[in-house]
Ligand binder design. Structure first.
Ligand SMILES: Nc1ncnc2c1ncn2[C@@H]1O[C@H](COP(=O)(O)OP(=O)(O)OP(=O)(O)O)[C@@H](O)[C@H]1O
Length: 242
């Protein structure tokens, strides 16, 4: 079943067309990786889906419902579509678990006692059970990013968007964050990633989209896109990065 559907999405910054008519379907439980050179429009597309950026044209559907109608309250949509960024932005004066419980306490008006069992289970699931009471500066970058993912999951989203979440990490910490993505995929989460981690996209994605100048130039399963791309621009990009 299609969970997320983009139809001819156009996003401009002034005269710069950053998403130039993007159409894409993401099925329930699917992991879609957006790849492409810096400036291709990957981050902007994710930000449009999460309604962080208004779009100029086109539609975005979540479970068949148009979420891109101008003037629509973005907050209920953002509860359903979680997003994690390159910078984890945890509050430094709060422990990991307090960081994670903050939004659900405020948004769902739940008490710490009510939230704690489910939040602890998330920390456990992602290998952070012994880090719950640590402050961000007591955690490695990889652990902080995993806490940021747990924080997004605590809102019980139906779709997760990840924008270059390993780009700021030391290479030896990338693997533990990618492992979290694998676990999430195995648990059935619908996910979209902007990534430069070609090895991960190749091995874990259901579908890979190559973006160039705000357009999807080629899309398909990694076995086709990486092994036998039909588009010359895709071939040229892959030859450069692989
Ligand atoms: N808030 C903004 N205002 C003006 N231009 C912007 C804004 N955000 C992004 N852009 C422009 O949109 C284009 C696409 O940027 P975007 O960050 O989406 O690319 P990307 O593919 O995610 O690149 P990267 O891999 O470096 O993250 C760039 O030309 C960028 O300068």
């Amino acid at each position: 079943m299609t969970k997320l559907s983009l139809r001819d999405v156009v996003k401009r910054f002034g005269s710069n067309t950053v998403c130039d008519g993007i159409s894409l379907d993401v099925a329930e439980g699917e992991m879609v990786c957006l790849i492409g050179a810096s400036g291709a429009g990957k981050s902007t597309l994710l930000r449009c889906i999460n309604l962080l950026e208004p779009i100029e044209d086109g539609e975005i559907f979540l479970d068949g419902e148009d979420i891109s109608i101008p003037g629509l309250d973005p907050m209920p949509v953002r509860r359903r579509i979680g997003m994690v960024f390159q910078s984890y932005n945890l509050f430094p004066h709060m422990t990991a678990i307090e960081n994670v419980m903050l939004a659900p306490r405020r948004v769902y008006k739940k008490s710490r006692q009510e939230l704690r069992p489910e939040v602890e289970a998330l920390f456990e699931k992602f290998g952070l059970a012994d880090r719950m009471e640590h402050y961000p500066d007591q955690l490695s970058g990889g652990q902080q990013q995993r806490v940021a993912i747990v924080r997004a999951l605590a809102m019980k989203p139906e779709v997760m968007l990840f924008d270059e979440i390993t780009a700021a990490l030391d290479p030896q910490l990338v693997g533990e964050v990618l492992e979290v993505l694998r676990l999430l995929k195995d648990s059935g989460m619908t996910m979209m990633l902007a990534t430069h981690e070609m090895g991960f996209a190749r091995e874990a994605a259901d579908k890979v989209c190559f973006l160039k100048d705000g357009r999807i130039v080629e899309e398909g399963p990694p076995s086709v896109l990486f092994e036998n791309p039909t588009d010359p621009q895709t071939r040229e990009f892959l030859a450069r990065v692989l």
